[in-house]
Design a protein around this ligand. Structure first.
Ligand SMILES: [Zn+2]
Length: 102
């Protein structure tokens, strides 16, 4: 049986709710310094009811070839990825203009 989207009622493979939700996210990217001078890139601002954050974290780690974790709706990626993160998020369906990099 095909899964249908609870939002629009279409089969999952035809549904674009997820894409639309991604385009609407206002994302904030910042870099924080941790113990021993290690840097982590924090990606936040997601609506966790509309975006599967764990899924996104997996995609980001794969695209940026780094480790990472999710803490209270904030994605933490090891290293400073400010230079590339906008392009990667855009590839994943997010709106570039809605991404603020500090
Ligand atoms: Zn849908």
């Amino acid at each position: 049986m095909t899964e249908t989207c609870p939002n629009c009622g279409l089969p999952e493979d035809l549904c674009v709710c997820k894409d639309i939700a991604r385009e609407e996210q206002q994302i904030e990217v910042s870099v924080s310094e941790r113990r021993f001078g290690k840097k982590v890139t924090l990606v936040k601002g997601f609506d966790d009811e509309e975006v599967d954050i764990d899924d996104l974290e997996t995609d980001l780690k794969k695209n940026l070839a780094c480790g990472g974790t999710v803490k209270e709706g904030v994605i933490e990626l090891q290293g400073d990825h400010r230079r590339r993160i906008k392009d990667v998020l855009e590839d994943l369906g997010f709106e570039k203009d809605a991404i603020e990099v500090h």
